[in-house]
Design a protein around this ligand. Sequence first.
Ligand SMILES: [Zn+2]
Length: 194
Amino acid sequence: MMHNTIKYCTVCGSKTQQLIPDGDERLRHVCTECDNIHYLNPKIITGCLIEHDNKILLCRRAIEPQAGKWTLPAGFMENNETCSEGAARETQEEANASVSGLELYSLYDIPHISHVYMIYRARLASPEYSPGVESLDVQLFDKDNIPWQELAFSVIRQTLISYFNDKKSGDFSLKTGIITAEMKSLLTIKPPGF
Ligand SMILES: [Zn+2]
């Protein structure tokens, strides 16, 4: 769910109003009492694409949105951590898996929901994994068994397509792109060639 509204000031608890502050160009939620300006900015989601025994680790989501669907271990970056630390932390939380050798692989913008996804290629530090509290299941999938029609998010679908295409050449240079709302309709379709 999107949270695009801040009704009450996070500093003093008074009501906010929407106005364009001096020197700004956008409507902001500004406190009617203390004039605190609440900026709403994009969120970074960071996670890992784990390669093990020629397979990819996917988590089946236990929580909304998209409960029951499969995804890469990933989540919102926290304050005071690096992006790669966040990716490793989310992997630990969702898959009880320790990772090493993180290399940034994809950076996708999702402007219609103000998200940025950063996914790192990584290896299991030890061959152990199990569902964390936010996962129903964690499994390794080879290319032929990826549950394409049960993936949670377009950005994950796009990342996996890029990864398996790159696997042919061995060139895993950084992938970038924009994920649009319309791409959601592709989630029910197996990508051509897979
Ligand atoms: Zn206030």
